[in-house]
Ligand binder design. Structure first.
Ligand SMILES: Cc1cc2nc3c(=O)[nH]c(=O)nc-3n(C[C@H](O)[C@H](O)[C@H](O)COP(=O)(O)OP(=O)(O)OC[C@H]3O[C@@H](n4cnc5c(N)ncnc54)[C@H](O)[C@@H]3O)c2cc1C
Length: 318
């Protein structure tokens, strides 16, 4: 069943869904006592099954969680089935799309993990709008839409899942130009803690809550609709490196960076990483090489050790 949600319903769900998703675990039931059977909507895995090991792992290899059951869902109905099974058997649920949560929130010990990786379709609704499943990885999305000269402002890591990224906000190289990933989100379909399939769009508060606040909180998102933007023709990237920096030098370089970044146009993005004693600064530009951009480049070049420049034609890849 699919239904739209109003303010009253949203408030009810806000209270109900987390309660259900955080139910106290009881013993997992084995096959004899009624473990779930795989079907067209969902395939279930337990320790010892082929693929269990692959499906349970996330990006952060320091986190090693072993769910009692992994539900590899194929569609929203499969998510609802898995949620109902978990609720009935008091299994706590964790949801995993791309598995890039550094803190390991997309896994659990002894509960159920609903794995969305098989839900990875991309469909054009019209020339400017796409419908995605949360298991799509960013590289897959860019590969599908950049050839049509369209883009959504996603993140920069190819393996990140759109599900976790957009529900937490999402920022990347074009965030200053097009906004956060969630700013382009137009509609969601999700399964609540009672197994009901809900859609939210327009001014629905549930959609608003999904724009930064729904990493496993209000329900399990099964479908996401995004408006796309005209992809910039090119992107220039400039990388600055400073080697063997000490505190005094790192501070001086970053003071320069803080001084210069406010003047950069919205076409630009810049970030720094201090990795051991090497300081990396990245500048990207999808627009014109304005005086402010040139000033930034010459200012950073003067205080760092190595600069590399690359020109990317956007619709030829990422
Ligand atoms: C190498 C790396 C690079 C990154 N780069 C960027 C970047 O450029 N920009 C940026 O903004 N962030 C970036 N991140 C952070 C990343 O966006 C978040 O960790 C994001 O939550 C990962 O999404 P995921 O689907 O891959 O992760 P998952 O681990 O699958 O999920 C992350 C969280 O979202 C919840 N969740 C996942 N799917 C659903 C769903 N369908 N319904 C409800 N809840 C769900 C999970 O339960 C978990 O709490 C990066 C992270 C890493 C490790």
């Amino acid at each position: 069943m699919t239904q739209h949600i109003n303010r009253k319903k949203f408030l009810q769900l806000s209270l109900l869904a987390p309660l259900s998703l955080a139910a106290t675990p009881l013993q997992f039931l084995d096959n004899k006592s009624g473990a779930p059977c795989s079907n067209d909507n969902v395939a279930y895995y337990k320790a010892g099954d082929a693929d269990y090991e692959t499906l349970r792992k996330g990006f952060n290899k320091r986190i090693d969680k072993r769910p009692a059951i992994i539900a590899l869902v194929k569609n929203a109905e499969g998510v609802a089935e898995a949620v109902n099974y978990a609720a009935k058997n008091n299994l706590p649920i964790a949801v995993k799309s791309g598995g890039h949560c550094m803190e390991g929130f997309s896994g659990n010990n002894g509960g159920m993990v609903i794995n969305m990786s098989a839900m990875n379709n991309i469909e054009w609704v019209n020339n400017e709008t796409i419908k995605l499943n949360p298991g799509c990885k960013l590289a897959q999305i860019y590969d599908a839409i950049l050839p049509k000269r369209r883009i959504i402002p996603g993140g920069s890591c190819a393996g990140v899942g759109i599900g976790g990224l957009v529900l937490g906000g999402g920022y990347g190289l074009t965030a200053r130009k097009f906004g956060l990933t969630c700013d382009s989100l137009q509609a969601v379909t999700m399964v609540d803690g009672t197994g009901k399939i809900i859609t939210a769009s327009g001014n629905d508060e549930l959609l608003w809550a999904c724009k930064g606040g729904n990493n496993g909180n209000f329900g399990i998102v099964a479908e996401l609709t995004f408006k796309t933007h005209t992809a910039p023709a090119t992107m220039q990237s400039h990388r600055f490196r400073a080697y063997k920096v000490d505190v005094v030098r790192a501070k001086a370089i970053l003071q320069k960076w803080f001084e210069l970044t406010p003047s950069l146009p919205a076409d630009c993005f810049s970030a720094f990483v201090l990795n051991g004693r090497t300081l990396y600064i990245l500048l990207t530009n999808v627009g014109k090489q304005t005086a402010a951009v040139q000033n930034f480049i010459s200012g950073l070049k003067a205080v760092t050790d190595k600069t590399t420049n690359t020109l990317h034609n956007h619709w030829q890849g990422h």
